[in-house]
Ligand binder design. Structure first.
Ligand SMILES: NC(=O)c1ccc[n+]([C@@H]2O[C@H](COP(=O)([O-])OP(=O)(O)OC[C@H]3O[C@@H](n4cnc5c(N)ncnc54)[C@H](OP(=O)(O)O)[C@@H]3O)[C@@H](O)[C@H]2O)c1
Length: 274
């Protein structure tokens, strides 16, 4: 895929939330993943550094995306947190760097000013060549408007929960119109959609696993999935989903299926335990 600033990235990335050991990342490199999604919050930045060092490959052969945590927002804190990310990743640049959530807590009234201050720090780091592409995560269109109406550097990517049964169609179309790449977090809904009758029917029709169906659906929507997996077998099977093409009618059926598999997380709500 090519981002709106020209940066070329693989069509599937590897999610590292709860991928708690460097051998999982090493296995993902062996399976063929070259894009790693991490965040200071995940505690996996140093594991990625370790696995890349052990691979014997060059840093430039990888695309690393990380995120700024809620408690690190604001101009000064952003610069400090970004430098910690560089230390953990043992690198002098990050390919993609995102604001993890649009506001640190729901009671904060002036979140727009905080987001802009944070974005300004990211723009400076971008100007210094320390970040190649800037991004948003869990921003609804009205959160993103605040950035887009006031930025010097436009976001190139945005991350949101996206899988069959929870596609956030309004936000998806908003970002498509703005030429900002949508990345799917929990692209399989962490398995919560596998028992759905349409997912079972279509997996059988294409002779693929429900996970592959979810990933092929993301790709058919122009959305980049970030699956996390532990075994080499799962990792390789997930990469193979780039070769699966779904018929337009089946894509439409998935787009219009009843809601299922929501994580319980939403930027404007207290987390719901599912
Ligand atoms: N921006 C955000 O706020 C945000 C939020 C959540 C997640 N994320 C990112 O998105 C990534 C993915 O999301 P996620 O980890 O929540 O969910 P996910 O990728 O939808 O689901 C991961 C689960 O799927 C299983 N799995 C993977 N491949 C499989 C296969 N081929 N067959 C059977 N099971 C398979 C994994 O099991 P095994 O591990 O046993 O293989 C794991 O339990 C995260 O790691 C993180 O990088 C971002």
């Amino acid at each position: 895929m090519t981002l709106n600033n020209g940066l070329k990235i693989p069509a599937i990335g590897f999610g590292t939330y709860k991928a708690g050991f460097s051998d999982v990342i090493s296995r993902a490199i062996e399976a063929g993943y070259r894009y790693f999604d991490t965040a200071s919050f995940y505690g996996t930045e140093s594991l990625i550094a370790e696995a890349i060092s052990q691979s014997g490959m060059k840093r430039e052969e990888f695309i690393i995306a990380s995120k700024l945590w809620k408690g690190d927002m604001g101009y000064k804190a952003t610069i400090e947190a970004f430098n910690k990310t560089l230390d953990s990743l043992k690198t002098d640049y990050v390919d993609v760097f995102m604001i993890h959530w649009p506001r640190p807590d729901l009671t904060l009234k002036d979140w727009k000013a905080l987001d802009l201050e944070t974005w300004q720090a990211l723009e400076e780091l971008h100007e210094q060549g320390k970040i190649k592409a800037l991004g948003l995560s869990n921003f609804l269109p009205y959160h993103a408007e605040n950035i887009l109406n006031n930025c010097k550097v436009k976001p190139s990517v945005t991350q949101m929960e996206f899988h069959p049964g929870y596609t956030q169609a309004f936000a998806l179309n908003y970002y498509r119109d703005k030429n900002i790449l949508v990345q799917a977090w929990s692209p399989t809904g962490r398995g919560r959609v596998f028992q759905d009758e349409l997912i079972i029917e279509l997996s059988a029709k294409y002779k693929i696993s429900p996970v592959q169906l979810c990933l092929a659906f993301c790709l058919s929507e122009g959305v980049m999935p970030l699956p996390k997996a532990s075994s080499l077998e799962h990792m390789k099977a997930n990469l193979e989903s780039v070769n699966i093409s779904l018929e337009p009618e089946d894509i439409s059926r998935i787009e219009n299926m009843p809601p299922v598999g929501w994580s319980g997380e939403h930027p404007d709500r207290v987390r719901v335990k599912i």
